[in-house]
Design a protein around this ligand. Structure first.
Ligand code: IPM
Ligand code: MN
Length: 346
């Protein structure tokens, strides 16, 4: 019989609540013969306050032994900004070489968008996950003086750029519209821009069926609002990808439904799946959080592990659930999870 060995990191705030619903739906959708084993890890603000630790080498070893990781959210106002971001989330993404940060945007029927009309939005952003300005290559001199200078160096390697660009081409090739846009800022960031554009054009020669375009990131923010239907697959660097995927979430149903995967395609390390939203301490513990983004992240997790039919069942269930929300009274976190679990099982 098959098994799915999952590391679960509920984390802080609403992370606890939404992960519980994600697991509920996962259990309901998995075929009978798949043995689901979960191990919970207590990373986040509480552990940091208690021990000063964010993510140790021993933690990484323990996580490594799993098929995948499901993460709720990490972060709390009681922890100084940057400590958990760098010490936990980015550390994990880098240690497990999650170089494909996959963020799909699909506007489902019946879901509100701030955009006029109901544009067809169905694209996926392939955000590079291990390089760019996120590497922490920078420094400060004359700190605290009026002559302080701070640098924040964006690291782009031919190896790192090529592997993520190849992943994006393969995804574009597999989709009906077969379109891929490179988003960068090569008119100003000429060194990194040259590397990205060169690699992109080189790999494009191997994919004659994929229609490509290049777009500056500032222009892309306009098109994401005025013509989101023009996008199919987008590939971009770590920081541009961070920014445009928040915009993408905002136009395609909001942060309550935005899912993501931090993927290590080779399978050398477990990939991690998480909602794009944060820990939302303001509504934590009240059963108000929408678990849909986590449930959709579970679908990405299943697809990554080869459970395509089960992933599709979850996405169909979410689509139906969102489509029927209409003017009905708001449901609690667990009521939404229950409804989705019933749908995927039925
Ligand atoms: C995200 C978040 C993180 C990022 C932060 C919390 C480090 O904004 O997952 O998009 O910038 O990648
Ligand atoms: Mn972000």
């Amino acid at each position: 019989s098959r098994s799915l060995n999952l590391a679960v990191i509920p984390g802080d705030g609403i992370g606890q609540e939404v992960v519980a619903e994600g697991l509920k739906v996962l259990s309901a959708v998995l075929p009978q013969d798949v043995k689901l084993e979960t191990k919970e890890f207590d990373f986040g603000a509480r552990r940091y306050h208690a021990t000063g630790e964010t993510l140790t080498d021993a933690d990484l070893d323990a996580l490594k032994a799993h098929d995948a990781i499901l993460l709720g959210a990490i972060g709390d106002p009681s922890v100084p900004s940057g400590v958990l971001e760098r010490g936990f989330l980015l550390k994990l993404r880098f240690a497990f070489d999650h170089h494909v940060n996959l963020r799909p945007s699909k506007l489902l029927p019946g879901v509100a968008t701030p955009l006029a009309g109901q544009p067809e939005i169905d694209f996926v952003v392939v955000r590079e996950g291990t390089e760019g300005p996120y590497t922490g290559n920078g420094g400060t001199i004359r700190k605290g003086t009026e002559h302080e200078v701070a640098t924040e160096v964006s690291v782009n390697t031919a190896y790192g750029v090529e592997r993520v660009v190849r992943d994006a081409f393969a995804r574009a090739q597999a989709r009906p519209r077969k379109k891929l846009a490179l988003i960068h800022k090569n008119n100003v960031l000429t060194f990194a821009g040259h590397l990205w554009t060169n690699v992109f054009n080189k790999v494009a020669e191997e994919y004659p069926e994929v229609t490509t375009e290049y777009m500056h990131v500032d222009a892309a923010t306009i098109y994401l609002v005025t013509q989101p239907e023009r996008f199919d697959v987008i590939v971009t660097d770590n920081l541009f990808g961070d920014i445009i995927t928040d915009l993408a979430a905002a136009v395609s149903g909001g942060i309550g439904v935005a899912a993501s995967g931090n993927i290590n395609p080779s399978g050398e390390f477990p990939s991690m799946f998480e909602p794009v939203h944060g820990s939302a301490p303001d509504i934590a513990g009240q059963g108000k959080a929408d678990p849909t983004a986590t449930v959709l992240s579970v679908a990405l997790l299943l697809r990554h592990l080869g459970y395509e039919a089960e992933a599709a069942r979850i996405e169909d269930a979410v689509s139906a659930d969102l489509g029927e929300r209409g003017d009905k009274p708001a449901r609690s976190t667990s009521e939404i999870g229950d409804a989705l679990a019933v749908r995927v099982a039925g």
